[in-house]
Structure formats: C-alpha cells, structure tokens
Design a protein around this ligand. Structure first.
Ligand SMILES: Nc1ncnc2c1ncn2[C@@H]1O[C@H](COP(=O)(O)OP(=O)(O)OP(=O)(O)O)[C@@H](O)[C@H]1O
Ligand SMILES: [Mg+2]
Length: 46
C-alpha cells in the first residue's frame, strides 16, 4: 500500500498524521517506509 498525505497549506498537520499512521501500522506488525517530500522534516522530532 502506498499512502500519500498532501496539501498546499503549511503547518496543517500532514507530517503529524503521517507519523501517527506509520506508528500505528508498525504497532500492528507492518513494515513502513516513511518519506517526507519536504526535506527539512525530522520525524524523530515530532
Ligand atoms: N491535531 C493537531 N492538534 C494540534 N496541533 C497539531 C495537530 N497536528 C499537528 N499539530 C501541530 O502543528 C504543527 C505543524 O504540524 P506538522 O509539522 O505535522 O504540519 P505539516 O503540514 O507537516 O507542516 P509543513 O507544511 O511545514 O510540512 C506541529 O507543531 C504539530 O505538533
Ligand atoms: Mg510536514
């Protein structure tokens, strides 16, 4: 499954939603590759 979370507005919570979905998926035993197209984001800091 490839899931894209996008939008024009900055600071709307896109990275936060992506990180939470990824954590949930891993907690359920899945494998996740989390990529933020906006290079400055560090998911480990969310
Ligand atoms: N549901 C929420 N309620 C309150 N604060 C939130 C919520 N979701 C995100 N935030 C806060 O809003 C800020 C911006 O969130 P985030 O970085 O996820 O947005 P973004 O859309 O990825 O921004 P950017 O366009 O800069 O990449 C962060 O400080 C985050 O903690
Ligand atoms: Mg972001």
């Amino acid at each position: 499954m490839i899931l894209v979370i996008g939008g024009i507005k900055g600071g709307a919570g896109k990275s936060t939603v992506a990180a939470n979905l990824a954590v949930r998926r891993v907690a359920d035993g899945g494998e996740v590759l989390l990529v933020d197209g906006e290079g400055a984001t560090r998911f480990s800091e969310l």
